[in-house]
Write a protein that binds this ligand. Structure first.
Ligand code: FAD
Ligand code: SIN
Length: 530
């Protein structure tokens, strides 16, 4: 089946939904494709909130400075300033959609604090900010006649004129192929503009706070379309995921440390003062490395997070989800310390875009965690991700409007139907799942918080073998979401390792024993398919 729209948005998290709404409001027909149910996204699990300047005691300069310090010299200052200063207006639009941020007894916003912030500036809805955002945006999308939302549609690859015409003429986007997961059929979606809002790639690691959808599909798709991908070595490990033997990593928000929680090692000692003057509220890369180091010293599989000095009524009210989740596991956070470990959390790099969400391919846009705008540098400041998504959706929509108006003047080429190669031995699907495990363990063991060149090279060899296996053996299977995700995860893993091997210094989230120092000049790492 072939369908045509003005714009196709891939992903229904904060970035995709915000982008689609902005375009639909100006009369554009928009398809939102999402590979699972509509709310399933990283956004839905966001806890801490949105960093934005709203208080009289705060100012843009301070938010900019905190972002630059956390980013360890690699942020693009112009980008940081523009995103920070657009923040209040974009966040007000969320409030206008009905989002009700938590307020204190005086009626003023209850501003949270997280690592790397020198001020309280985080708007939140208790510890379930993302769920509230997702609900507000989905409600607005549901009211919008210009938006068609396709659940269980898995975007496979972006289609370009270069692909269709075998490289002749100028290259631009014409649509994409997507797997209708329930009907097991590949459909064609035609549009002059495609927005990738597919989120990050936490699933490339064995232990992650991210839901299953976070398989880096948009990054891999853009890379296959020949677009530049940047700074993929900067995978952010959140310092405090709840430790469990099952391997699940439920997030214990940094906002808990913002309310006074203290990290303690196996001996019960508070250790963060020894690592940074901001102690438990130091930037995330520093706290995660400190925990890693304490765990290695003691041999303990976790450290402790201690908030037992706050009273139970306060904790139950401020952190209802965290309180209840821990309680179900037999941990009363008002009385017991919480066992925590770092886990892969956020992809700071991604598809290179400018401040209009434009990639270097005409008609291809990227917005949200999938993109690399220059805001986060070598380490994202806490709660700057939701902010970036809303600001960039607004800016990107302006550019898409202009682009679509001019692109519509030239005829769209006809797109051939997807050819299914068919087949695939069901038994072999077990091997696909083994390959998933092997990849994620390799990344965890060899490309983790502290790296070495030798380990990165070992990872590269193993990932290369997996890539070859996928290409030579499984690619003639009927399309299957798990296989498509594995292909994307392998591509993302290769990008992380390639960028990591390019960087001969330790900066932000990239700590490498062979190059312990920071180079004087900070440069982005860049990869483009040749
Ligand atoms: P997502 O919200 O991840 O949405 C991606 C969408 O793309 C999903 O709908 C997915 O199904 C879809 N998709 C992916 N691939 C395909 C495909 N091939 N075809 C079709 N659809 C596809 N950030 C903050 O700023 N503040 C916080 O408090 C905060 N807390 C967090 C807590 C947790 C537990 C996690 C995991 C992250 C947190 N973050 C936080 C990070 C933040 O939530 C994400 O970076 C942000 O929500 C990303 O939004 P997005 O719209 O770019 O992507
Ligand atoms: C958290 O609540 O700790 C997550 C915030 C973020 O990732 O920005």
């Amino acid at each position: 089946m072939t369908r045509s729209f003005d714009v196709i948005v891939v992903g229904s998290g904060i970035a995709g939904l915000s982008f689609a709404l902005k375009l639909a409001q100006t009369g554009h027909s928009v398809a939102i494709l999402t590979k699972k149910t509509r709310a399933e996204s990283n956004t839905n699990y966001a806890q801490g909130g949105i960093a934005v300047v709203t208080s009289k005691t705060d100012d843009f300069d301070s938010h900019v400075r905190d972002t630059l310090v956390a980013g360890d010299g690699l942020c693009n200052e112009k980008v940081v300033r523009e995103i920070v200063s657009d923040g209040p207006q974009r966040v007000k639009e969320l409030v206008d959609l009905g989002l009700s941020f938590s307020r204190g007894p005086s009626g003023a916003y209850d501003l949270g604090r997280e690592g790397g912030h020198t001020k309280r500036r985080i708007l939140h809805v208790k510890d379930m900010t993302g769920k509230a955002i997702e609900e507000a945006l989905l409600h607005a999308v549901g009211q919008e006649p210009n938006i068609s939302l396709f659940e269980h549609f898995f975007a496979i690859d972006v289609l370009t004129t270069a692909k269709l015409r075998k490289g002749r003429g100028p290259n631009r986007v014409v649509g994409l192929y997507a797997l209708d997961v329930r009907d097991e059929r590949v459909d064609t979606f035609c549009a002059p503009a495609v927005v990738l809002s597919t989120g990050g790639a936490g699933q490339v690691y064995l232990y992650t706070t991210n839901p299953d959808i976070a398989t880096g599909d948009g990054i891999a798709m853009a890379y296959r379309a020949g677009v530049e991908v940047r700074n993929m070595e900067f995978i952010q490990f959140h310092p405090t995921a709840l430790y469990s033997l099952s391997g699940a990593r439920f997030l214990i928000s940094e906002a808990v440390r913002g309310e006074g929680a203290i990290l303690r090692n196996a001996a019960g000692e508070a250790f963060m003062r020894g690592y940074h003057e901001m102690a438990d509220l130091a930037p995330r890369d520093i706290v995660a490395r400190a925990i890693d180091s304490e765990m290695k010293k003691s041999g303990s599989p976790h450290v402790w997070l201690d908030i037992t000095h706050r009273n139970e009524a306060f904790l139950r009210e401020r952190f209802p989800q965290i309180y209840q989740t821990c309680r179900k596991l037999g941990i009363n956070i008002a009385k017991d310390m919480i066992p925590v470990v770092p886990a892969a959390h956020y992809t700071c790099g991604g598809v290179a875009t400018n401040l209009s969400a434009e990639t270097e391919l005409d008609g291809l846009y990227a917005c949200g965690e999938v993109a690399c705008t220059g805001l986060h540098g070598a380490n994202r400041l806490a709660s700057n991700s939701l902010l970036e998504a809303v600001v960039m959706a607004h800016r990107g929509a302006e550019s898409v409007r202009r682009y679509v108006a001019s692109a519509k003047k030239s005829p769209m080429p006809s797109i051939p139907d997807w050819v299914d190669l068919g087949g695939g031995d069901v038994d072999e699907r077990v091997v696909i799942s083994h390959n998933w495990d092997e990849l994620r363990r390799t990344m965890w063991d060899y490309v983790s918080i502290v790296r070495t060149t030798k380990r990165l090279e070992r990872a590269r060899t193993r990932i290369g073998n997996l890539a070859k296996e996928i290409h030579d053996y499984y690619w003639n299977f009927s399309v299957d979401p798990r296989l498509l995700e594995l292909r994307n995860l392998i591509e993302v893993a290769e990008l992380v390792v390639t960028c990591a091997l390019q960087r001969h210094e330790s900066r932000g989230l990239h700590a490498i024993a062979d190059y312990p120092r920071k180079l004087k000049v900070a440069r982005d790492s860049r990869v483009r398919r040749s």
